[in-house]
Design a protein around this ligand. Structure first.
Ligand code: IMP
Ligand code: MG
Length: 183
């Protein structure tokens, strides 16, 4: 008998609790997209996705932002394979664009302790953008240890480890179409 994959355990065995359905995520992303459209009209922002987690959110979000915009990506790592933040952020891939004088929107999958956005805030402010704002699909307000404002938040969630829709556990389960709580 073949062993069940983690994906099958979540989707077919009901192993994990569904936190956000694909429909709920889609509806909220449309609202956030509309808000960004209004706020950035005429500004041609550059939206920078934070890899790997934000790739699905970013792909869906930009299709609801109905203005001229550019995209780029940065890859950072703070977790390794652990479920709790190590607090140490490393940059694994930098952006290619010159962002001086530009309106930057950084797109995150989830803000947990806020260590990642603190790192990103420092890095990008040093590049003298015209403006810098953060977008995140999820935030765990109980855990956040920084007062850097998050300008656009999809959903505030409890302090639970979640997977799916880009978010991983040990690099897998990113391809789940909804967000699940992993107990
Ligand atoms: P922070 O630096 O502590 O805010 O952590 C942010 C990063 O940790 C996110 O961009 C995610 O990649 C990862 N992370 C935090 N919480 C979770 C979770 O519940 N599931 C999966 N990844 C998470
Ligand atoms: Mg991340």
């Amino acid at each position: 008998m073949t062993q069940r994959s983690e994906f099958e355990k979540v989707v077919y065995d009901g192993g994990f609790r569904t936190l956000l359905t694909a429909e709920a995520i889609d509806a909220r992303i449309r609202e956030v997209g509309r808000q960004i459209t209004e706020d950035y009209r005429g500004l041609q922002p550059i939206m920078i996705g934070v890899l790997n987690g934000a790739f699905l959110f970013m792909a869906d979000l930009i299709r609801h932002v109905e203005i001229d915009l550019e995209v780029d990506f940065i890859k950072i790592s703070s977790y390794g394979n652990a479920k709790v933040s190590s607090g140490i952020v490393r940059m694994l891939k930098d952006i290619n664009a010159d962002v001086k004088g530009r309106h930057i929107l950084l797109v995150e999958d989830i803000v947990d302790t806020g260590g990642s956005i603190k790192f990103l805030h420092e890095k990008f402010m040093a590049l003298e953008p015209a403006s810098l704002r953060f977008v995140t699909l999820l935030i765990k307000p109980a855990n956040v240890e920084t007062d850097i404002p998050i300008d656009y938040v999809g959903f505030s969630i409890a302090n639970e480890f979640v997977v799916g829709y880009g978010l991983d556990y040990k690099q897998i389960l990113r391809n789940l179409p909804a967000v699940y709580v992993m107990d």
